[in-house]
Design a protein around this ligand. Structure first.
Ligand code: ADP
Length: 308
């Protein structure tokens, strides 16, 4: 069977989390990278998973590339920019509540689409293209337009283009730019995978139907609306299905619940074309992810052995 390529586009950051006694633990994470991680864990070996981003030429960028590579994710498309560094965030814990501090304003990833030829080469090399509202939010406006133009070409060429709006108002210059650009991302895609709480909070949707209707009107063909412990609603070529979440004994950390759901869903959907079955599989993977600490849960803990 010929190799097929899943390409995820966005920013992976250095993550610092509390390790007790004032010590910090270093990791690497970011929404589109997390989805690539779970796609890699769940996809068959005849798929390659590649990450498209930009990094610097410092030791931390080298370490991140080595980590991505060790995760089985291709790094050959990653752009390295002299004098730049990766973005960084810290997870703070106070009285059991998590909060996040970010240092990403000048991260190398903001330049990931600055070279149109490289964007074209990467998108053309892929069978499936995955990106998010965060990918679009971190780019200068003209680079977001470059990326979206290539993504529209991929859609027109019949590729599966997948978009998670992942709405983060703090990353956008204004609500107006955010609404316009996220809508453009959805319009350029085949499959849109929003989280209902974000859509309700930032687009004012009063129901899941409203979210589905809005993205359909923009031209998305298929939609998966995630709704936390309340499961997901699928609308595939107009056909609606509800898939419940799996019961979790103890929710430990919901970081990356949506990202892992997307990666697991896509892996199954790409192999079988059966969206409801893919959503049931993804609900199982996401349930395991929220039962463990951290964004990236290793394959051995995802209960995949019986699933294939
Ligand atoms: P996001 O992280 O993007 O906000 P959601 O919170 O909707 O995404 O979660 C994505 C998926 O993760 C859900 O569809 C569900 O399968 C799973 N999930 C999230 N929270 C829970 C939970 N408390 N119990 C069981 N599954 C959950």
């Amino acid at each position: 069977m010929s190799a097929r390529r899943f390409l995820s586009i966005g920013e992976c950051m250095v993550e610092l989390s509390q390790a007790g006694d004032g010590l910090l633990r270093k990791g690497f994470a970011g929404d589109t990278f997390n989805t690539a991680w779970y796609a890699r864990a769940c996809l068959a070996a005849d798929w390659s998973v590649d990450y498209f981003t930009a990094l610097g030429d410092d030791a931390m960028s080298d370490e991140m590339v080595a980590f991505i590579d060790k995760s089985g994710i291709g790094t050959s498309l990653i752009r390295r920019i002299r004098g730049r560094t990766p973005g960084l965030y810290m997870i703070n814990l106070k009285d059991g509540e998590r909060s996040f501090s970010y240092w990403r304003d000048n991260s190398a990833a903001r330049s990931l689409a600055a070279d149109p030829d490289r964007v074209r080469e990467a998108v053309e090399s892929a069978d499936v293209v995955y990106f998010s509202g965060i990918t679009l939010a971190i780019l200068p406006r003209e680079d977001a337009a470059t990326l979206l133009a290539e993504i529209r070409r991929a859609k027109a060429a019949g590729k599966l283009v997948v978009f998670d709006p992942n709405i983060r108002p703090r990353l956008w210059a204004s609500y107006d730019v955010m609404h316009t650009t996220i809508s453009e991302g959805a319009r350029s895609s085949v499959l849109v995978m929003p989280s209902f709480d974000d859509e309700a909070a930032h687009f004012g949707d009063d129901s899941i139907d409203a979210t589905i209707h809005r993205y359909k009107a923009l031209g998305a063909v298929n939609i998966v609306v995630k709704n936390g412990a309340d499961g997901v609603r699928l609308n595939f070529a107009g056909e609606e299905t509800f898939v419940p979440a799996e019961k979790v004994k103890k929710v430990v950390d919901t970081t990356s619940a949506g990202d892992s759901f997307n990666g697991a869903f896509l892996s199954r959907y790409l192999e079988t074309g059966d969206a409801p079955a893919a959503a049931r599989f993804a609900a199982g993977v996401a349930a395991r992810v929220v039962s463990e600490h951290g964004a990236l849960v290793v394959k051995e803990k995802l209960g995949l052995s019986g699933g294939r």
